[in-house]
Ligand binder design. Structure first.
Ligand code: TNX
Length: 526
């Protein structure tokens, strides 16, 4: 594995250097509890300054790039994380200073690109430099990990609040680093989704794909077709009460994600996975008869009526309203498991719907089956297969499509870890943490050029998942593994190193109340 020996050596050298410093130094300069080597996802490069420690103090200020509201927002975000546990005021003020914490939009190494950052921690201060607020936000996530885990607590804790001296130069491997949450099979409240947003933001995930409609429920208010939400959203798997987001609530979610530099990609799955819509409006059915609501977990039995004009009026209205709620470029139109739609019908349907996405100013994302309709090069197929041979993806790449990889055998957070996992499914097999981590997105699909990969995404389907504690149990620790594949250069990829860094995250998860699966593959402390 490239890079491994150098990395191991660097870790060893640092361990020696820190060890030596600890022995000689006074108590106040004790080794910070989180070494620079424990960052997840692994940064591009880390240069420790052994023996140097930064101390956050009651009069630390957070200085943000003068005149930038976006930098100020990142500063306020950081202050929001640090204030409850430290009890410090941490005023966020415009300006630059060698002291305290500075978040600046100038002077970054050009290699940081659009989302990367440079972080310098010295005795005097902490400076994050980036070209964009997204880069500053990423740098802030790294800085959080350098402070003691209890800094994440929401109540006052004892310091000292130290971070190890050093510098980090960092930027992502892929532009798309996604997590998907299925809010259709079980409904999750705005607060539950926000909680997940906060958790994925820790690991520099920058896309939240929301699976908003499926056979069991329609979860977004559509003003032109109100029964979709009020009736179609009125149940869920198992027959619970379901629910939906009003457009105001949804806007709030999108803004909450945006403040964490996460773009929401809404999915309205079609032409299959549409029982909730078909149940809400009889006229959408070929026979004009609305089926009953559905609370089971079978897939592939429903289809919009391909030959009816009203189908396209419906899709046009829905896409218009969803596009208006979406600041990002992408709308996900599903297209998976359309087993109740013939191939010619599927293609005819997509040929009418793809232009509607463009008409509303967006680019389509679709589950990989939608390449059957040869979508334009701006369309993004999301591969969810279980094989590493996918000729249709290779062909799509030749036409210019960039592909998101969510192989079900690796990236599906709803697969059980092993046969004892109380939640989840196993149709793609068991996926323990090492399975989730040990694949190279750039070389996963045979004959797919590395440049055709737009990124990775970890979907969490929720047939068996009903509450935040369940989401967390399935996502942690696999979500950080997929996040690292999306962010870190392949040269840092090393399971033996990753599992140690992952173990070091657990203190944070305890403090944050994240219910993770303590996989026996990971050397957890204690
Ligand atoms: C397949 S993967 C589905 C979903 C299910 C999931 C359960 C994909 C695009 N479709 O409808 O929820 O399996 O693992």
């Amino acid at each position: 594995m490239p890079g491994t020996p150098a990395r191991a050596l660097a870790t060893l050298l640092l361990a020696t250097a820190v060890g030596a410093t600890v022995a000689a130094a006074p108590a106040r300069a004790a080794a910070p509890e989180t070494p620079l080597q424990h960052i997840v996802p692994a940064p591009v490069s880390v240069t420790p300054r052994p023996g140097t420690t930064y101390h956050l103090t009651p009069d630390t200020h957070i200085h943000t790039h003068p005149g930038s509201a976006a930098a100020k927002q990142v500063g306020e975000f950081l202050a929001g994380v640090l204030r409850p546990s430290t009890g410090y005021r941490l005023p966020v003020v415009p300006g630059a200073s060698g002291k305290g914490i500075s978040l600046l939009l100038t002077g970054a190494d050009p290699r940081v690109g659009d989302e990367g950052y440079q972080l310098d921690v010295t005795r005097r201060g902490v400076v994050v430099r980036a070209k964009t607020a997204a880069g500053l936000f990423a740098g802030v996530q790294t800085f959080r990990q350098l402070l003691p885990a209890k800094v994440e607590a929401r109540s006052r804790q004892h310091g000292p609040w130290t971070a190890p001296g050093g510098s980090v130069l960092d930027h992502p491997r892929y532009a798309h680093r996604g997590a998907m949450l299925d809010v259709a099979r079980h409904f999750f409240s705005v607060d539950e989704v926000k909680r997940y947003i906060d958790q994925i933001a820790l690991y520099k995930v920058n896309k939240l794909h929301l699976h908003l409609a499926d056979d069991q429920g329609w979860r977004l208010e559509i003003k032109s077709w109100p029964r979709l939400a009020t009736y179609g959203g009125s149940t869920e798997v198992g027959g619970g009460p379901g629910g939906y987001y009003t457009q105001e609530q949804y806007k709030d979610l999108v803004a909450y994600a945006a403040a964490r530099h996460i773009e929401v990609i809404p999915e309205i799955d079609m032409p299959g996975h549409t029982n909730a819509a078909l149940a809400s409006y009889a006229e959408l059915n070929c026979d004009g008869v609305a089926p009953p609501l559905y609370t089971g977990i079978d897939v592939g039995f429903s289809s919009l009526c391909i030959d009816k004009d009203i189908t396209y009026k419906f899709v046009d209205d829905v896409l218009r309203e969803v596009a208006a709620l979406t600041p990002g470029k992408y709308l996900h139109i599903g297209g998976d498991e359309a087993h109740a739609t013939t191939d010619p019908d599927f293609i005819a349907f997509m040929n009418k719907v793809l232009p509607l996405v463009a008409k509303h100013g967006k680019h389509p994302v679709g589950w990989h089956e939608f390449v059957k309709a040869t979508p334009p090069a701006t369309a993004v197929p999301q591969f969810w297969g279980t094989k590493t041979v996918a000729a249709d993806m290779v062909e799509a790449a030749k036409r210019g499509n960039k592909i998101i990889l969510s192989p079900a055998t690796k990236a599906y957070l709803d697969m059980k870890y092993d046969e004892h996992t109380p939640l989840g499914l196993n149709w793609a097999g068991y996926t323990d943490v090492e399975d989730a981590y040990d694949w190279n997105p750039g070389a996963f699909l045979e004959n797919l050029p590395a440049e055709a990969v737009k990124g990775v995404e970890a979907p969490l389907w929720t047939e068996t998942v009903t509450k935040s504690a369940d989401i967390e149990y399935m996502a942690f620790p696999r979500l950080p593994a997929i996040a690292e594949l999306g962010w870190s250069p392949w040269s840092t990829h090393n399971w033996d190193n990753f599992k140690v860094r992952l173990a070091a995250q657990a203190d944070r998860w305890h403090t944050l109340g994240i219910n993770y699966y303590p996989s026996p593959q990971v050397p957890w402390k204690k």
